[in-house]
Design a protein around this ligand. Structure first.
Ligand SMILES: Nc1ncnc2c1ncn2[C@@H]1O[C@H](COP(=O)(O)OP(=O)(O)O)[C@@H](O)[C@H]1O
Ligand SMILES: [Mg+2]
Length: 409
């Protein structure tokens, strides 16, 4: 798919913008603070309903106004679709599909994009929250139905957490908390949580070979990247996960470690079994949960483990390696979406690839490799401070961005 038209009203620094786009490469060039990222952020927002830069939508609405509108015409094959989102600070978004008002969830999955930005270094160096978010955004893009499951799960974790906290407070005052509702919450957490665990595990399996390939290409064969989903499902009695070093061992011990990991991963694909294990784990940990006042069990505490050869990437990878890893995760997402034919758009699930200010950060070798890898994509949007930052092999349309004005060069 590609975006053929973009219109913004009061989005970030743009009062009003109307822009025509074509398939292939488009580069947006301009000094810092001119509105390049704001522009591509708007397109990414249509696909994930969130920004890679801020947690709250309020920052997306132009200062001094009440709401922003992002509108795009996207083309799947030769079929155009009009998508519109109205972002009202502090309220739910309003959506339109082909000009008719609709529920926002109907719009999820229509625009597919993969954005790679300097912030993605946090995927490798940051805490597990970033990596869970990476997985969940992709899970939802692949099956929009799961957006509801995720929202339900987040709500249950919040409310169950509040209940645990107040039960702990009652107990500390010497009282006996009423725990009858907790069982109901346990069941709901396990039901939604198990679906998330299974979906994330399936996704990790799909991503894994592409991450390894992309990393190898970006780094010119310097290291083997491997991703694993780590579920904290049997927290109280789990055997420790094998280390990356044990997994890379070439002898019998390594083979056994890999087999164990494989078996545990396969077990996570059985939603009903995961649900039971979550309920059982909550049963075992109830006292501890009440004492601490937090939900200790469930996919909100899981992680995506990134290894590089025999090392975990976090804490060990150099700056350049971390960059390559983050890039490999995004390129792998792109490949998974591209090969996905489960979308209502059939085989044209190919996402728009957005590279925000990344070429300047890469050394010339990685730059050339990335350019070669993305040259064949249906639509690539690049932002850069100076034209020299855009590799020559990625010739295409160029737009100058200055003070919120976008003009075709
Ligand atoms: N909600 C907002 N309202 C008005 N201006 C905003 C808003 N959010 C960001 N900006 C402005 O947008 C500019 C940054 O634009 P950005 O697209 O990040 O620049 P760059 O071209 O460097 O990528 C800043 O000048 C910032 O003040
Ligand atoms: Mg920028």
């Amino acid at each position: 798919m590609y975006v053929s038209d973009l219109a913004l009203n009061d989005f970030r620094s743009y009062r009003e913008l109307v822009l025509g786009l074509e398939p292939g490469v488009s580069a947006f060039v301009g000094q810092n603070g001119q509105g390049k990222t704001n522009l591509v952020e708007a397109i990414a927002y249509l696909s994930t309903f969130s920004s890679h830069r801020v947690a709250a939508d309020a920052a997306l609405v132009r200062q001094g106004t009440d709401g922003a509108v992002v509108r795009a015409k996207v083309v799947h094959g030769d079929r155009p679709t009009m998508v519109e989102l109205e972002i009202v600070a502090g309220k739910a978004n309003r959506a339109r599909l082909n000009r008719a008002p609709t529920r926002t969830r109907e719009v999820l999955g229509v625009v597919r994009s993969v954005l790679f930005a300097p912030e993605d270094l946090e995927l490798v160096k940051g805490d597990p929250t970033q990596r869970r978010r990476f997985l969940d955004e992709l899970v939802v893009l692949l099956s929009p139905r799961l957006a509801g499951v995720k929202a339900e799960y987040d709500k249950v974790v919040r409310q169950r957490g509040a209940l645990l906290k107040s039960a702990g407070a009652v107990r500390r005052r010497g009282g006996r908390p009423d725990l009858s509702t907790l069982d109901v919450w346990d069941g709901q957490l396990a039901a939604a949580g198990a679906q998330l665990v299974t979906a994330r595990t399936q996704l990790v399996r799909r991503l894994r070979p592409h991450v390894a390939d992309a990393y190898e290409q970006v780094s010119a064969g310097q290291g083997a990247a491997r991703i694993d989903y780590r579920a904290n499902i049997d927290v109280s009695d789990s055997v420790p996960d094998p280390t990356a070093e044990q997994l890379a061992d070439e002898g019998a011990a390594g083979a056994a470690a890999r087999e164990g990991v494989e078996a545990r991963e396969t077990a996570l694909l059985d939603t009903a079994a995961v649900q039971e294990r979550l309920v059982a784990a909550m049963g075992r940990l109830r006292e501890k949960e009440i004492e601490r006042g937090v939900c200790l069990v469930g996919p909100h505490r899981d992680d995506l483990v990134l290894s590089l050869g025999t090392f975990p990437a976090k804490g060990f990878a150099s700056h350049g390696e971390s960059w390559s890893y983050a890039l490999a995760l995004r390129l792998a997402s792109y490949e998974v979406l591209r090969e996905d034919d489960g979308s209502p758009w059939g085989r044209d699930g190919e996402p728009v690839l957005i590279l925000d200010d990344v070429f300047a950060e890469l050394d010339s070798r990685r730059r050339q490799r990335l350019a070669a890898m993305v040259a064949g994509a249906q639509q690539v949007l690049i932002t850069a401070a100076v034209p020299e930052d855009v590799p020559e092999t990625l010739a295409g349309a160029r737009f100058d961005v200055h003070d919120g004005e976008v003009t075709r060069a």
